[in-house]
Design a protein around this ligand. Structure first.
Ligand code: GDP
Length: 313
């Protein structure tokens, strides 16, 4: 429960310094036995849908349910702009100062893969520090959701009424990934529109095949601002958890996620080896030029480099 220690440990994890890395790995190793006992929830939706307002309301509600909440973010856009979802603003002011919540700004400027790896380790640290509800915010643009789905147990998709999927920039794959769809901003003059959208989404979801979890996605309406529909969403998540623990999908998914990260880590490690190899670095530059100028085909060029790396030539 010591937030400054937790923050310091996360900073170590995010550090590129190899001495920090060593210590970070030791910490993770020792935290692992104390991790895993939380609900991990991904929250996504296009910018402006109300994600941070929702997390502020939802997170605060959870703390009244005797939950300890950690909020993390995966923000691929921060790679380009240098900004971040959580870091730069006074968002989630109440939650940030709530003693049962921990809001971690997203680390800016790293590859999505790097951020995801850090996030996976950060989850472990937060759980070991006593946080039993992990909320991971991500922007609904596609790639980041796929990554986040390998980190979380459930996915909540926030939507707006009166905008088609295309308009909202939401990919079909993301809708398929969601366990709960909530039409946000169901307040003021928007309530009827929200109810209509709820009906439409319910109809659309009927046509989708049953999810592997065995639990059909649910659609509801909420207002992050007026804090309505919030408790219902939490109730649905608890029911989903109960059902998937019973049919064992919950555990199966977490095991599959461990395998996924094993292979990710191997893949990243191999790539690192390859690209840091001095011989490769030198030859790669020439070969890239050849490929760019159309003097060489990519496959054959890749083979040459791989063979060179494996000393086959
Ligand atoms: P994000 O970009 O998805 O994190 O969205 P924000 O939480 O920053 O919200 C975007 C805007 O929508 C802000 O002006 C919020 O005040 C507003 N907003 C968020 N939730 C609601 C809601 O439930 N009802 C209404 N009317 N406005 C909301």
């Amino acid at each position: 429960g010591n937030i400054s220690l937790l923050s310091a440990a996360i900073t170590l994890i995010e550090s590129a310094n190899s001495r920090h890395r060593e210590l970070a790995e030791q910490i993770i190793e020792e935290c692992l036995p104390h991790s895993g006992k939380s609900i991990r929830l991904g929250i996504t939706g296009v910018p402006g849908v109300g994600k941070s307002t929702f997390i502020e309301s939802f997170g605060t509600f959870l703390t009244t349910q005797e939950r300890k909440v950690a909020v993390l973010a995966i923000d691929p856009s921060s790679q380009k702009s240098g900004g971040s979802i959580l870091g730069d603003k006074t968002r989630m002011e109440d939650l940030s100062t709530n003693k049962n919540a921990y809001v971690r700004p997203s680390p800016a400027k790293d590859s999505l893969g790097g951020v995801a790896r850090n996030t996976r380790e950060t989850i472990i640290l937060c759980e070991a520090a006593g946080y039993n509800t992990i909320l991971i915010e991500t922007v609904g643009v596609g790639q980041s959701e796929t990554t986040v789905s390998n980190l979380v147990d459930f996915f909540l998709l926030l939507m707006l009424a009166g905008a088609g999927d295309e308009l909202q920039g939401i990919k079909r794959g993301i809708v398929e990934m969601a366990d709960i769809l909530a039409v946000n901003k169901a307040d003021g003059g928007q309530i009827d529109a929200a109810k209509n959208a709820r009906r439409e989404y319910r109809n659309a979801l009927h046509l989708m095949p049953l999810k592997e979890s065995g639990v059909n996605p649910k659609v509801l309406i909420c207002s992050a601002m007026e804090q309505t529909g919030i408790a219902e969403i939490w109730k649905l998540i608890l029911i989903n958890q109960q059902l998937t623990r019973k049919n064992k999908f919950f555990y199966k998914k977490r095991k599959e996620q461990s395998l996924f990260w094993l292979h990710e880590q191997i893949g990243n490690g191999l790539k690192d080896f390859f690209y840091k190899n001095e011989k490769i670095k030198k030859r790669l530059e020439e070969i890239e030029k050849e490929v760019l100028e159309g003097r060489r085909n990519s496959f054959n060029a890749a083979d040459e480099l791989l063979n060179m790396f494996l000393d086959k030539k």
